[in-house]
Every structure is written in structure tokens, then in C-alpha cells.
Design a protein. Structure first.
Length: 60
């Protein structure tokens, strides 16, 4: 997934779920791993990292 799309998904997830967005992204990554979708899992891990950046160090 392109970096711009990752940031877009991260922002949307953060706007929708607030502080729970990072946990949601982690959950989706695990679900992709269980389904054998390593590419999808990598995307969700990248989205999780982007959410962490959005939140900033004071909320991590």
C-alpha cells in the first residue's frame, strides 16, 4: 500500500476510533495473519505505526 494511503487510513481510523484506533489496527493485522494474508498484515502494521505518529509521544 502506498504511504499516502496508509496515512489516509490511519487518519480515518483515528478520527473514527480515537484512542482505540491503534488497538483496532493491531487487531486487524492479527486477523490478516491468521487468514494467511501477510501483505494485508504488513499494511495494518504500517497503519498502526502511522496512528502512533498521529497520537504523538505524549499519548503513546
Amino acid at each position: 500500500m502506498e504511504q499516502s494511503k496508509i496515512r489516509e487510513y490511519a487518519r480515518g481510523l483515528y478520527d473514527a476510533h480515537g484512542d482505540k484506533a491503534e488497538a483496532e489496527a493491531a487487531h486487524r493485522a492479527v486477523e490478516c495473519e491468521k487468514a494467511g494474508d501477510e501483505s494485508g498484515a504488513e499494511d495494518w502494521r504500517a497503519i498502526r505505526a502511522a496512528i502512533r505518529e498521529i497520537r504523538g509521544p505524549h499519548e503513546s
